[in-house]
Design a protein around this ligand. Structure first.
Ligand code: SF4
Ligand code: SF4
Length: 350
């Protein structure tokens, strides 16, 4: 069995070479307080239609159910802040422009992180022999923020995301493994009295500090939620067609972010596209252009649903009303419902 110091040295060197901005080691167990919070959150139904959250709750609460004999979790952060992108506030204020969450402007982080974690595992195997592991990003049933926090990779912000003194514009990844590695200590929270993320949320989804009701969250509504978007939230969605960053954009620690990995630089002008330009895509164009992007996962119907809502929140113009009417003629029932809502907004007396 390799000694912990040699393992830690190799992990640190490899993680750096792979572009991870931080790496910390934590134990392969979830603190009791985090497990209780997950149970209460699920019991209240805050996960909305994400049935898999409930189905996989046991796996989330125990990393050893994912990896036999799990002892340690190697937690990594990969920066994604797209420094070259059109300014987020500018794009959010442009009601004819489409706002796409900063993390989704470039390549799909799932693949990028999994590939790099695999390389990390390969390097460890080469040096120390084979071991049990699983590389995870947020598609695996893992309590990422709890694991990252106990490993000292950051602290949990009041918006529930992990951050440290360089902010929260970072993807998290984990290599759960059966290697005995000395753990890092957790770091202190520096949220203090700040409540900016809570105060800025357009839909009041951060119902109290450290608790997000997904059913109200624009990220959930535009990405995870498959059906109709409840009318109560459509206006607040504004021009956000994929995700929402408001709670992070206001966080004071994000002033100190580092630039993102080049994989996450904007593609297809997603940082400054107009709603009408994206609405004009047919399904083939959507699938082709979104190949290699996390956005492809929501599918064309949801994409059109989201843009229809955003168009309903735009300043009414003839081209926008015409585009909605044209689309309506061939749209699915789901999309049509949102188009009708949008047209009613645009043609209502002001
Ligand atoms: S992502 Fe947006 S809607 Fe969700 S909690 Fe943050 S600010 Fe609120
Ligand atoms: S905005 Fe304030 S409260 Fe929210 S995560 Fe950042 S520092 Fe913490």
């Amino acid at each position: 069995m390799p000694d912990s110091t040699s393992l830690r040295q190799l992990i640190a060197a490899e993680a750096k070479a792979l572009g991870f901005s931080d790496v910390r080691i934590g134990p392969a167990r979830i603190p009791e307080s985090s497990r209780a919070e997950l149970d209460a959150w699920l019991a209240e139904g805050c996960h909305g239609s994400m049935a898999y959250m409930e189905r996989h709750a046991d796996l989330r609460k125990d990393p050893a159910l994912l990896v036999n004999g799990a002892l340690s979790v190697i937690c990594v952060r990969l920066p994604y802040w797209p420094a070259q992108a059109t300014d987020a506030d500018t794009q959010l204020r442009n009601t004819e422009g489409a706002y796409v969450s900063r993390y989704a402007l470039g390549r799909d982080y799932h693949k990028v992180i999994r590939n790099r974690l695999q390389k990390l595992a390969d390097a460890l195997t080469k040096k120390f022999g084979s071991f049990n592991y699983r590389a995870c990003t947020d598609s695996a049933p893992v309590m990422e923020v709890a694991l990252a926090s106990q490993a000292g990779l950051g602290w949990q912000g009041k918006h529930t995301l992990a951050l440290n003194r360089t902010g929260s514009w970072y993807f998290l990844g984990e290599l759960i493994c059966d290697l005995p590695i000395e753990a890092d200590p957790p770091i202190e929270s520096h949220c203090g009295d700040c409540t900016r993320c809570i105060d800025s949320c357009p839909t009041g989804a951060i119902t109290s500090a450290y608790k997000v009701d997904a059913r109200r969250c624009i990220s959930y509504l535009t990405i995870e939620h498959k059906g109709e978007i409840p009318e109560a939230f459509r206006k607040a969605i504004g021009n956000r067609i994929y995700g929402c960053d408001d709670c992070q954009l206001v966080c004071p620690w994000n002033r100190f972010t580092t630039d993102g990995d080049t994989e996450f630089a904007p593609r297809h002008n997603l940082d400054n596209a107009s709603l009408l330009e994206l609405y004009a895509w047919d399904e083939t164009e959507f699938l082709n252009k979104m190949a290699g992007s996390a956005i492809r996962r929501i599918g064309f119907e949801q994409w059109q649903r989201n843009i229809s809502v955003a168009l309903g929140n735009a300043t009414p113009t003839e081209p926008i009303i015409n585009a909605l009417n044209d689309k309506k003629a061939h749209a699915s029932t789901l999309v049509k419902t949102h188009i009708e809502w949008a047209l009613a907004q645009l043609t209502a007396p002001r």
